[in-house]
Design a binder for this molecule. Structure first.
Ligand SMILES: C[S@@+](CC[C@H](N)C(=O)[O-])C[C@H]1O[C@@H](n2cnc3c(N)ncnc32)[C@H](O)[C@@H]1O
Ligand code: SF4
Ligand code: SF4
Length: 311
């Protein structure tokens, strides 16, 4: 997957956000270059739009229309606060194309973090885009209750997939993130919702960097025995492409960017970034001696020990 960072602007200020706040907006010239680069790889028809909040880019809709017309499958990672007139145009495009080839991952926050204005906008977005949307949530607090996500999925009849992420550190560890010990404290909340009857009809997808040993053996059994198709303990490059055509394996490694156009194609870029990430320290010192490393687990998020020299 390739993540195109359209803008660093955002209306929210999520305490856990690891996206760099400074940066330009993607211009058409560079957008065409990215599209051309990705289309060299026939197996890579995917484009994710990220930010900041990608729908704040003034050309968001035209980027979407262009990418869809070029046969890309576009997933927009959004906070759901989408301006009403833009929302109507997206809806119009959706009904015209039968919602084929584009969808939305809506990153919702807990009620305490949502302003009244955001509440109204999120409700409007979920009503309008529910057919093409799935809900995502970033676990950033040890006292988390994930049940509201299931209620939201049922209420709006979104796609039956819940994507859970763990808040990982940004490069300076200035955001709110979960340490390994914190991960162990949220394992029960995760396993509990997996066991809920309603989730049995939905898929649970883990984002990157879940350390396998945050769960007990019994938890793992429960996770695998429910229809949770996206359980994984991997760490793969997100392939974050910035507006100036520099690329980082993922946001925390923003200081280790390379140039997109120095690579022949996506496969070569992905291979380079995968090797770069694999060479980084795992979340725990003991990972290096762990039998599961490289088998079932990638050693958690590599951003935890980012400034420590490899052992
Ligand atoms: C940085 S946001 C940008 C797009 C959009 N504003 C949104 O919130 O989805 C892209 C994705 O990164 C995830 N994210 C943000 N901070 C994170 C962190 N500290 N660790 C892991 N994922 C994070 C969000 O949950 C979201 O799915
Ligand atoms: S996670 Fe998304 S919505 Fe939240 S501050 Fe970061 S970019 Fe904005
Ligand atoms: S590789 Fe590290 S995080 Fe993964 S199971 Fe082993 S010790 Fe835990």
């Amino acid at each position: 997957m390739a993540n195109l960072i359209l803008t660093s602007k955002c209306q929210r200020n999520c305490p856990y956000c690891f996206a760099p706040k400074k940066g330009e907006e993607l211009n058409w010239n560079n957008f065409y270059k990215i599209a051309e680069f990705l289309s060299r790889e026939p197996k890579m028809p995917y484009m994710n739009f990220l930010g900041g909040e990608p729908t704040l880019h003034p050309d968001y809709l035209d980027f979407l229309k262009f990418a869809v017309s070029e046969k890309f499958i576009v997933n927009t990672f959004t906070n759901g606060i989408i301006e009403e007139s833009l929302l109507r145009e997206i809806e119009e495009l959706g009904s015209r194309t039968n919602w084929a080839n584009f969808n939305f991952l809506i990153n919702v926050n807990d009620a305490e973090l949502r302003t009244e204005k955001e509440e109204v906008a999120l409700d409007r977005t979920l009503k309008a885009l529910h057919k093409a949307s799935s809900i995502g949530y970033n676990i950033h607090d040890v006292d988390c209750d994930l049940n509201f996500l299931l209620d939201m999925m049922l209420k709006y009849r979104t796609q039956p997939t819940l994507r859970l992420g763990i808040a990982h550190p940004n490069k300076d560890k200035t955001n709110k993130f979960l340490t390994f010990e914190d991960c162990r404290k949220v394992r029960k909340a995760i396993v509990d919702i997996t066991n809920k009857r309603r989730v049995m009809e939905a898929n649970l997808v883990f984002d990157c960097g879940f350390p396998l040993c945050m769960f007990s053996e019994e938890d793992i059994g429960k996770l695998y025995l429910s229809p949770t198709t996206g359980i994984n303990f991997g760490c793969r490059p997100a392939v974050d492409i910035f507006p100036d055509l520099t690329v980082a394996p993922c946001y925390p490694f923003v200081d280790e960017r390379v140039n997109l156009l120095d690579f022949k194609n996506y496969a070569e870029l992905d291979e380079y970034l995968s090797k770069a990430l694999a060479s980084k320290n795992c979340i725990l010192e003991m990972c290096d001696k762990c039998w599961f490393l490289g088998r079932l687990c990638s050693g958690g998020c590599k951003a935890h020990r980012i400034n420590k020299p490899p052992i």
